[in-house]
Ligand binder design. Structure first.
Ligand code: NAI
Length: 699
């Protein structure tokens, strides 16, 4: 071994350098140093004619060590990466990089410094740094265009999507695909090329000439659309463009400058925070890897509507067979044909094969009875959002389900304990709040009732992971975490239009802030009736001003996209346009209620909506309904379209400084009254102590 993390071996004339840093061979401190030393040792060994670098376990180097970028020593860390990469490229003996699993970020940068690259057919390579608000910082933006051409490099560095082995070969990123034993194939390849100096990527300039200069503005335009508000993709494009204008060494300097700007900027801090926040959600007090879980091999779903159908797809996509029960043949047929349409769309767009679709459909058993429910390990209820209906369903399934069957409800706001009380086994009942469309959205709120057993929570968490989703634990309060917060956010959006902002101005201000869509556009998408129900369950504080419009729009049949009219009007393709009728209606309603109409700035629109989220988030935290502020952020990033580069509402509040947040909320309190606006106790306390949410002591 060289150090702890790099193994040096010889297969006669070939040195084999193996990175051994499980689980993903990240370039943690010690790996770059070990790699550099191994290359030097191979060069000093007269018997060695060529060198293979390979990863142990399931992957090549999957990337840099993200932990290191958050530290004050990040400059030194980056220097160690660059030194290792340079040592590889400068090696007098040719270096063959043998890639399996993933070579991403620093992993691909290391691979590109080798003189040759061979790859397993199932492997992928990429420069996903933009997803963390960064750009490649160890030469990736300079070497990739030299191997793959400028257009491909721009695409990979700016959008961050990985490419598979065949595409990497076609693009010139790798030299050969090796079927079978990768190490043996790489060693054989190393013997083929031994004795000749290997081509140094930094010297390959032919793909840089005759670059179409239109690539860069076109890519900038595309990132502005696809990655709205993000700075790193633009920096990545600048860095690749520099490769076409500057000598290699100067290009590296430019890359380093741009990397530094990204690293010091707020967006990478937010995105790196979000990366770790997602990983923290699995830490649930009282539940450990030793907590037993129930094995979920067969599931049953009650209700084949929007959610039941999506949940069924999520299960069978993960290989878990499901029974889907409905009350009428008509509803069942409707549900199944929607599932079929969704899969057919996935086949058409090439996301899955026709064969995969058939296999998945074969795992779904549609029926009108409770047959087979006694075999299910998990039953998910996804019927209408009505307590009495849900209690009736739970009473029924309680009579048939086996004793160790987990009973889940997909309610988006009702009291889990009252649902559980309809059974003789409330300890087996849990909320699994999927988001729509459930086959696509990653978020699931795992709701703990007062009696829910730890084993049932652990099972829920394990299941959500198996479905490839992110489960965040929530307490049992009206609307849980996400919808409880969206209720106050939506309330402010409505009050703003009552006070004189247009529907379009409200939507646009929050879109510009970075939200995936404006709040009233979201109402129209989800359905105003659904939003009204959430608001009813969440309730309003006594004495607080009630938004007037939502119920009235519902009464007018303006439910949103599904009826072609809501806050906006929608054409055949569901494209929104302003509706003068609504504007007129809003104005009349507001005047009749004596609401003063005024000009409202975009800043006020954003602050009222976002600070309402933050304040409610603080209350949720203070009540222990969320385990940690970062869990709330994960919910908002994965379920509600909050811009990841702002880290989530709680992190965003931290970046502003909590005393500023309190001061602004107090301004709103003065104008709109204490019942609507009143800084949460926790928020006030943290602000007074000059603390933050995301570093606050965990409860
Ligand atoms: P939906 O109205 O599309 O579907 C409900 C289905 O349940 C209908 O097909 C109905 O025939 C069926 N059903 C009613 N009673 C039944 C019974 N006793 N046995 C079998 N099937 C029965 O409603 P959707 O949107 O799917 O909502 C279902 C649940 O999911 C609700 O609790 C809702 O709050 C929740 N939810 C909805 C979300 C959404 O965006 N639509 C998001 C997250 C949760």
């Amino acid at each position: 071994m060289i150090g702890q993390l790099v193994r040096f071996e010889r297969e006669q004339d070939v040195a084999v350098v193996t990175i051994e840093n499980p689980p993903v061979n990240a370039l943690s401190p010690g790996v770059p140093e070990g790699l550099k030393a191994a290359i030097e040792q191979a060069n000093a060994d007269a018997e060695v004619h060529s060198i293979v670098v390979i990863g142990s376990g399931r992957t090549f180097i999957a990337g840099a060590d993200v932990n290191e970028f958050g530290k004050s020593t990040s400059d030194r860390y980056l220097a160690s990466l660059v030194a290792a990469v340079n040592a590889v490229e400068d090696s007098a003996k040719p270096v063959v990089m043998a890639i399996h699993g993933s070579a991403l970020g620093g992993g691909l940068e290391t691979a590109m410094a080798g003189h040759y690259r061979v790859i397993a057919p199932s492997a992928q390579v990429g420069q996903p740094e933009v997803k963390l608000g960064l750009i490649p910082g160890a030469g990736g933006t300079q070497r990739l265009p030299r191997l793959a051409g400028v257009a491909k490099a721009v695409e990979m560095c700016a959008f961050g999507a990985p490419v598979k082995a065949q595409e990497a070969l076609d693009a010139g990123i790798v030299d050969r695909i090796i079927e079978g034993d990768l190490r043996a194939g790489a060693v054989a390849f190393a013997r083929e090329i031994a004795g000749k100096p290997g081509p140094r990527t930094c010297d390959l300039n032919h793909k840089l000439v005759n670059t179409d200069p239109a690539i860069f503005p076109a890519a900038r335009e595309q990132t502005r659309k696809k990655m709205r508000g993000q700075t790193a993709p633009l920096a990545a494009i600048d860095a690749v463009e520099a490769a076409t204008k500057l000598a290699f060494a100067d290009g590296l300097k430019r890359e380093a400058e741009l990397f530094g700007e990204c690293l010091r900027g707020p967006q990478s801090k937010a995105l790196i925070y979000a990366f770790f926040a997602e990983r923290a959600v699995t830490k649930i007090p009282g539940i450990s890897s030793d907590t037993p879980t129930y094995d979920i091999r067969r599931a049953a779903i009650v209700g084949a509507g929007t959610m039941g159908g999506g949940i069924a797809m999520a299960f069978v996509n993960a290989g878990i067979p499901v029974i889907v029960k409905e009350t009428s043949q008509e509803a069942l047929d409707r549900g199944m044909s929607q599932i079929l349409r969704n899969y057919a769309g996935a086949v058409k767009s090439g996301r899955i094969t026709g064969q995969a679709m058939e296999q998945r459909l074969a795992l779904i058993t549609p029926q009108l009875t409770l047959d087979g429910f006694d075999q299910a390990d998990l039953i998910v209820e996804a019927v209408f959002e009505n307590l009495a209906v849900k209690q009736q369903v739970f009473r029924e399934i309680d009579t048939v389900a086996k004793t160790d069957c987990v009973l889940a409800t997909n309610t988006s706001s009702l009291d889990i304990d009252r649902i559980a009380a309809a059974t003789a086994r409330p300890e087996m009942v849990i909320g699994l709040h999927f988001f729509s469309p459930a086959n696509i959205m990653r978020l699931v709120e795992i709701v703990r009732g007062q009696s829910t057993r730890p084993e049932v929570i652990a099972t829920g968490a394990a299941l959500v992971k198996k479905l490839g989703k992110i489960g965040v634990l929530a307490g049992n309060c009206p609307g849980f975490i996400g919808n409880r917060m969206i209720n106050v956010y939506g309330r402010e959006a409505q009050l703003l239009v009552e006070e004189g902002a247009t529907v379009e101005a409200v939507n646009l201000a929050l879109l510009d802030f970075g939200m995936a869509m404006g709040p009233l556009a979201m109402f129209d998408l989800v359905g105003n009736d659904v939003m009204r129900d959430i608001a009813e369950v969440s309730g309003t504080k006594p004495g607080a001003r009630q938004p007037l419009l939502l119920a009235q729009l519902c009464a007018l049949g303006r439910l949103g996209q599904k009826t072609g009219k809501g806050w906006s009007q929608y054409d055949q393709d569901r494209k929104a346009s302003p509706d003068p009728e609504v504007a007129d209606f809003i104005e009349k309603t507001a005047r009749a209620a004596g609401i003063e109409r005024r000009v409202i700035s975009n800043d006020e629109i954003v602050d009222r909506c976002i600070f309402a989220l933050i304040n409610e988030g603080a209350r949720i935290l203070e009540e222990g309904m969320a385990l940690r502020a970062s869990d709330i952020d994960v919910i908002y990033l994965t379920g509600y379209g909050f811009p990841a580069w702002r880290g989530g509402p709680m992190f965003y509040a931290d970046t502003m400084g909590l005393s500023k947040v309190v001061a602004r909320i107090q301004e709103f309190e003065k104008r709109h009254g204490e019942a609507l606006w009143n800084p949460a106790l926790l928020l006030r306390r943290l602000a007074e102590q000059n603390q933050t949410f995301t570093q606050a002591p965990k409860n």
